[in-house]
Design a protein around this ligand. Structure first.
Ligand code: HOZ
Length: 420
């Protein structure tokens, strides 16, 4: 592979964009080397500026459940484009997308569209605080809910990747409203509620964590969160930005049979365009302006292009439920390529190879991974045309566009890369 065009682009980018990238993990700081600049995608493959080809397991960090340039999404976008790009006014398709979300996600009775997962979680915690009249939020170490000030405490994803414990620029008073507890520990949650029960507005959780790598909930954990929050009059917020429409059509809440009070969504519901959403119980969502006094707004919210792409995605998934068993089978086959001494976590089509021989169940155990070995594996895969997230603390995603041949080739390359 040659990378001269990517190298030149990265050189220019670093002069005018912080770190040369518009989101930190993309800069390859934790794995070393420079990132390829991506020129185009097709199905399960992407091509960089030097025309190197890769099998893509990032999928734009999750949203491309149907792969790149899916014909139904392109056709929906072309139709929407012919009518205009933004109105800042209600449109019929927004109603259709809202209806599709309420129809699919068990606990969502009303939903508000926003532009990203970050906006969705920021809004959901405001609604939880407004509804309960309480200020504290419980989150879990290694979970990442976007770059919302008060949720960047002990956060995963890019902060875990770069070793930033708590970002600068967030007033201490904001962090003081957050209790960060170990994931998968029911005892820690019980204790927090014993000490602060009357002040806790909500518990926000990635029901399957994607942002410290993939970490599933242990049996009974989500049930316990549901029971404890209900007992104390706090809300349970599922951040399904990664898991929504991915681990099941109705998200993790369908897969695990838990009904949160509020849910945040992103990624898949935009079909690859910028969209987020938050929704849940009607009595709670009715408190959002203009129905109620909790304010949240956005000029580009419900953007017609993003809505058209998301609607096409959701309609395709509803019409093709078989997608989920195919994803499950292909991801399982791929994960079987890991040798002894690697901890593999997988839920549906999300997975992570952790470079540790001990089980990974929370942030502490994820951090035991040998990130140096991960970096060498990552580059060995990249050189072999397999594109993974450049961080031990992110999940990989299989899409419906990945063929049996893609999986066979990836397994073969992974075995060579592990040996190397
Ligand atoms: N932190 C994001 C995924 N967990 C990565 C976003 C990006 O670089 O696009």
């Amino acid at each position: 592979m040659t990378h001269s065009k990517s190298e030149e682009l990265f050189r220019r980018a670093q002069e005018i964009i912080p770190g040369g990238v518009n989101s930190p993990v993309r800069a390859y700081r934790s794995v070393g080397g420079n990132p390829p600049f991506i020129a185009r995608g097709e199905g399960s493959h992407i091509f960089d500026a030097d025309d190197n080809e890769y099998i893509d397991y990032v999928g734009s960090w999750g949203p491309l459940l149907l792969g790149h340039r899916h014909p139904e999404i392109l056709s929906a976008l072309e139709k929407a484009l012919a009518n205009g790009t933004s109105f800042g006014a209600p449109t019929g398709q927004e109603v259709e997308l809202a209806a599709a979300i309420c129809d699919a996600v068990p606990s969502i009775e009303m939903v508000r569209l926003v532009n990203s997962g970050t906006e969705a979680t920021m809004s959901a915690i405001r609604v939880a605080r407004g509804f309960t009249g309480r200020d504290l939020i419980v989150k879990f170490e290694g979970c990442y809910h976007g770059h919302v000030d008060s949720l960047l405490v002990k956060a995963g994803s890019g902060l875990a990747t770069l070793g930033i414990a708590d970002t600068q620029g967030v007033p201490k008073a904001f962090c003081d409203t957050t209790l960060a507890l170990p994931y998968n520990s029911t005892d820690a949650v019980e204790q927090a509620f014993r000490e602060h029960g009357q002040q806790i507005a909500a518990v926000i959780v990635e029901p399957v964590v994607g942002n410290m790598g993939c970490v599933p909930p242990q049996t009974g954990y989500l049930e316990a969160l549901r029971e404890i929050t209900a007992r104390h009059g706090a809300l349970l917020i599922f951040d399904e930005v990664m898991t929504g429409f991915r681990v099941a059509f109705g998200g993790a809440q369908e897969r695990f049979g838990i009904r949160p009070d509020l849910t945040t969504l992103g990624k898949v519901i935009g079909g690859g365009l910028p969209v987020g959403a938050y929704g849940g119980r009607r009595d709670i969502m009715s408190r959002v302006a203009p129905s109620g006094p909790i304010y949240q707004a956005g000029t580009l919210s419900g953007n017609p292009l993003a809505v058209a792409a998301g609607l096409a995605m959701l309609r395709h998934l509803k019409a093709h439920p078989e997608v989920y068993s195919q994803l499950e089978a292909r991801a399982a086959k791929l994960c079987s390529s890991a040798p002894a001494g690697i901890a593999v976590n997988r839920v549906g089509s999300m997975f992570t190879f952790f470079f540790t021989d001990r089980p990974v169940t929370d942030y502490e155990s994820a951090k035991r991974s040998d990130t140096g070995r991960f970096g060498r594996f990552f580059h060995a895969m990249l050189e072999r045309g397999i594109y993974l997230a450049p961080s031990q603390f992110e999940a990989a995603f299989v899409s419906a566009a990945h063929t049996e041949e893609d999986i066979r080739k990836t397994v073969a390359e992974a075995q060579e890369a592990f040996n190397a």
